[in-house]
Design a protein around this ligand. Structure first.
Ligand code: ADP
Length: 265
């Protein structure tokens, strides 16, 4: 459904992505993981054309991203960033519904959809609909950021380190929320993180990047059991990996993937 085909990116002679190829299926929660500066955001932004490859192409449903009408492409795509990107001068309800307004949906329906989404993430519309973004906690703002991305029923949602500024408890709750919403809506998600625990917890498929080079693409258990490079092995097993892998490999669908630490290579 999505194909990155020999993609490269160079900024003023400095290569930041080198010959990266992978495919994403419909309904995947595809995680791009790697250290800071490894090229994850650059790859993500190629999908909604905030950046263009210097070489190679990205395809969506068999058509080159560069051949899409930009507005059509952006309508198909939700985008969630690390810092709240809510419009500070719009209340929560209008923030959620703004893309629907651009699509010509009438006010009553927009508000209905916004309130329905708020309820879906356990935020009572009576309390939250008319609040301003600065009257919400960081976690609540990201919650709204996620439902805003879902409001226009996009086919693909791009998430760029959406939870890295949040404390571990809230981060965990929002990871659960993403798993639940994705299961309900079957939206394809590309999720960027530098946090390996987050990658293992969320990903149906994981791509590991280092210095612009794709190290491995696979399901979480493949990455853990059969790391393709020394880097992948170190990255996932290196430091203080004392938490239970069975715990983080709970994919939120009630199916624990039974990998014990004794199974590790
Ligand atoms: P990550 O998301 O993995 O942290 P990025 O994709 O943001 O990595 O960045 C990859 C590399 O590209 C970094 O070295 C970064 O400094 C560089 N880079 C990103 N955007 C630009 C830009 N607009 N101009 C020059 N260099 C950039």
């Amino acid at each position: 459904m999505i194909k990155y085909d020999h993609v490269a990116k160079t900024y003023t002679d400095i290569p930041v992505l080198k010959d990266v190829s992978f495919e994403i299926n419909r309904g995947d929660l595809f995680v791009l993981v790697g250290p800071s500066g490894s090229g994850k955001t650059t790859l993500l932004k190629m999908f909604n054309r905030l950046t263009v490859p210097t070489d190679g192409d990205v395809y969506y449903q068999g058509k080159k991203i560069k051949d899409y009408d930009l507005q059509q492409l952006r309508l198909k795509t939700g985008y969630v960033l690390q810092e709240s990107s809510l419009f500070p001068n719009l209340n929560i309800q209008d923030n959620i519904a703004i893309q629907l307004e651009q699509q010509g949906v009438d006010k009553e329906q927009r508000h209905h959809r916004a309130q329905e989404l708020l309820r879906a993430v356990e935020m009572d519309p009576q309390i939250y609909a008319r609040r301003m973004p600065n009257e919400l906690s960081g976690g609540e703002q990201q919650r709204v950021g996620i439902i805003r991305a879902l409001a226009a029923k996009p086919e693909v949602i791009l998430m760029d380190e959406p939870f890295s500024a949040l404390d571990p408890v809230v981060r965990h709750q929002l990871q659960d929320l993403v798993l639940r919403l994705q299961k309900q809506t079957h939206t394809t998600i590309i999720f960027v993180t530098h946090d390996m625990q987050e990658a293992l917890r969320l990903g149906t498929k994981i791509a590991v990047l280092k210095d612009g080079i794709l190290q491995q693409v696979g399901m979480p258990q493949e990455i853990i059991n059969r790391p393709a490079t020394e880097f992948v092995k170190e990255f996932f097993h290196g430091h203080n990996f004392h938490f239970s892998l069975t715990d983080i490999l709970d994919n939120g669908l009630g199916e624990k993937i039974a990998i014990k630490q004794t199974d590790l290579p």
